[in-house]
Design a binder for this molecule. Structure first.
Ligand SMILES: Cc1cc2nc3c(=O)[nH]c(=O)nc-3n(C[C@H](O)[C@H](O)[C@H](O)COP(=O)(O)O)c2cc1C
Length: 313
């Protein structure tokens, strides 16, 4: 584990980058409360905009705060990758999360200034490719996660990834409580990756209707389909129905990182994503209050576990 980057965290948590959801306010509040905040660079329409957001985040944080991360989509359809990467390197962003593809040139560019790279994986084959590209840790995106989710159970997937590498493993999928953060560690992960729990925050960029739908939803409302974005992802069924979309008659579109951003695409903008942990959301809260709760839930879960462990020889 990279000690300098993670030694001052209040909880072993990265708040995941979320398309059209995460911006500087969410990142800053996470880092000030002692957990890693992140945003996908594509949440800014231009590379100049990414530069402005990075400056705003850097100027708002002090040394004692947790480090922050950005997400780069490493995919042939993302024509902004090179320009965005240059800005990330100029700002010496401490942690870079790559998804959809792992490339040695990208990893080398981030290593050149001492940054670290975590890569999002849903299968062991993708993990092997990422390790060959030189990434510093693997994000195990398991079944039920928000966004582009995998299908593996975390117990199986974390163990498989640990058999491949000693590098940090970050568990992703349905982690919504302090007890689940502890469970991720107990299962062998070094850090927990939380997305959905932070969409219904005052600081997120999500609209009021999206946040209200999260409050009214539970695991039964989550649909796993490739038909919205071209890659298997979890979406809120009421937003699919509300958009008049009949999944049975849709073909799977071709994944395109750039057209998903344009006004023509319904994916993410009108069809809203969430993971199966959505049932934990009951209001639109301040990010710092959610993190305060997570810290006390984590402590309580640890005490309870220590107590029950004493019963076994
Ligand atoms: C609305 C939404 C948008 C997302 N967008 C991205 C993204 O742009 N890049 C990325 O790497 N992951 C993205 N994710 C996936 C998260 O990074 C993470 O794997 C997931 O949210 C964790 O599962 P959870 O939501 O159940 O906590 C997104 C997730 C959600 C819910």
């Amino acid at each position: 584990m990279h000690q300098t980057t993670f030694s001052n965290l209040a909880l072993p948590v990265i708040v995941a980058p979320m398309f059209l959801v995460s911006g500087p306010d969410l990142v800053i509040q996470c880092c000030r409360s002692g957990i890693v905040g992140s945003f996908p660079v594509l949440n800014q329409r231009t590379t100049e905009g990414v530069d402005r957001w990075l400056t705003e985040i850097e100027e708002s944080l002090v040394e004692q705060d947790a480090p922050f991360a950005v997400n780069l989509i490493v995919h042939k359809t993302n024509h902004r990758l090179e320009a965005d990467l240059n800005v990330v390197v100029d700002h010496k962003v401490p942690i870079v999360i790559t998804s959809l593809g792992a490339a040695k040139e990208v990893v080398d560019a981030i290593h050149s200034y001492g940054g670290i790279v975590f890569h999002d994986v849903t299968t062991t084959r993708f993990a092997e490719k990422a390790l060959t590209a030189g990434v510093d840790g693997l994000i195990a995106v398991c079944a039920g996660a928000g966004g582009h989710a995998g299908t593996y159970n975390p117990f199986a997937f974390i163990d498989e990834l640990k058999s491949l590498t000693d590098k940090p493993i970050i568990a992703s999928g349905c982690i919504s409580s302090g007890a689940s953060i502890l469970a991720a560690q107990a299962a062998g992960a070094d850090l927990a990756y939380m997305g959905t729990r932070f969409i219904a925050t005052k600081e997120s960029l999500a609209g009021a209707d999206y946040k209200a739908m999260l409050i009214g939803s539970s695991a039964k409302d989550i649909v796993y389909t490739p038909k919205i974005s071209g890659v298997n992802a979890n979406f809120l069924e009421p937003s699919i129905r509300g958009g008049g979309i009949d999944l049975t008659t849709l073909d799977v579109p071709t994944m395109n990182a750039e057209t998903e951003l344009s006004g023509d695409s319904k994916a993410w903008k009108d069809i809203w994503s969430a993971g199966q942990g959505v049932g934990a959301i009951s209001d639109v809260a301040l990010t710092k209050d959610i993190i305060t709760n997570l810290k006390s839930e984590y402590r309580q879960a640890l005490d309870k576990l220590n107590q029950s462990a004493r019963a076994y020889r």
